[in-house]
Design a protein around this ligand. Structure first.
Ligand SMILES: [Ca+2]
Ligand SMILES: [Ca+2]
Ligand SMILES: [Zn+2]
Length: 323
């Protein structure tokens, strides 16, 4: 799916634009109140596990018009205060997966994807979580079994931007299952968004309909979205659905994205730069190959073992109970 030689683009302007748009939202605890002001890495050991609004995460193209919302809703980290759990074996967690195609009309140009296109997208998802996307990629516990696919023609829902009435109406009408079921909405979006997702909800969910991932239809394998047409937006959003932050979350802080084996990075990546290192005091180059960065699909292919373990723990804490 990927060429062996990453294409190089003039990236500087795109990076600057994206950085300017995203910087206010990047620090994971900046909006979390006074207790987070001294160090992003200091665990709040006595903090109660309280209900929070939960987080929304989006993948956006450079220059996206829709600003990125805060990552975690300002609450404590999902796994804060929880005991470590035993790791699940690779491939041992089968996630029931329900796919909802939302089109503006009955033609492919209006987003009416074919069954084969949907299947190809789920194949990319499973390849990603099996660690088969490229060298060094971790095999995770997760595999995704399609339990249903439905098609809806509704121009009013086609964009379904985060927080919109269209999002609520579409999801309320179409969502299947409970916390354990991955609901995927393939729609037209807009505003430069490639996709968005919500973290599992802590302490009870006031909007259970919201759970799921929304992905730009043209980001599927072979879609029309240049540079983001390898199908890698979906694994990125599912990473969020399983509690992963962006790898640039928290910038060069120690806690960073709450995963120890992803080198810290100061800013999101655009394109496929080689040798990018924006946190010189943190060992390792920026993980541009990671699904949780913003790189082009052709060079985005890996979760790390640490991310696999975090997703496993988040699954066990927030989603497995509904299976
Ligand atoms: Ca990290
Ligand atoms: Ca570094
Ligand atoms: Zn994201």
């Amino acid at each position: 799916m990927r060429s062996s030689t990453p294409r190089r683009r003039p990236l500087a302007l795109a990076v600057l634009t994206l950085t300017a748009a995203l910087l206010p939202a990047v620090p994971p605890t900046a909006a979390a109140g006074p207790s987070a002001s001294t160090s992003a890495s200091a665990p709040q050991e006595c903090a109660p596990e309280v209900a929070t609004a939960g987080g929304i995460e989006v993948r956006a193209k450079p220059g996206a018009k829709v600003p990125e919302p805060p990552a975690s809703g300002g609450g404590p980290d999902l796994l804060q205060g929880r005991e470590p759990v035993a790791l699940s074996a690779p491939g041992s967690i089968r996630v029931p997966t329900s796919v909802h195609v939302i089109a503006a009309g009955p033609t492919r140009a209006e987003g009416y994807l074919s069954p084969a296109e949907v299947e190809a997208q789920i194949d990319v998802l499973n390849t990603a979580f099996a660690g088969q996307g490229g060298p060094g990629a971790a095999d995770t516990a997760f595999r995704f079994d399609t339990v249903g696919t439905d098609w809806t023609v509704n121009p009013a829902w086609y964009q379904m931007l985060p927080g919109s009435t269209a999002e609520q109406q579409a999801k309320t009408a179409l969502r299947d299952g409970g916390d354990e079921t991955l609901n995927i909405y393939l729609s037209g979006l807009g505003g430069g968004l490639l996709g968005y997702a919500y973290f599992p909800q802590q302490g009870g969910d006031s909007k259970p309909w919201r759970d799921g991932v929304v992905v730009l239809n043209e980001s599927i394998p072979g879609g029309a979205e240049d540079d983001y047409d390898g199908g890698d937006t979906l694994p990125h959003e599912v990473g969020h659905w399983l509690g992963l932050y962006h790898t640039f979350q928290g910038g060069c802080s120690t806690a960073n994205d709450r995963v120890t084996d992803t080198p810290a990075m100061a800013v999101p990546t655009s394109g496929c730069p080689q040798g990018k290192d924006t946190c010189l005091k943190d060992a390792g180059l920026d993980p541009v190959e990671n699904f949780m960065d913003y790189s082009y699909d052709e060079c985005m292919f890996a979760f790390t073992p640490g991310q696999a373990a975090r997703m496993d723990a988040v699954w066990q804490a927030f989603r497995a109970g509904d299976r």
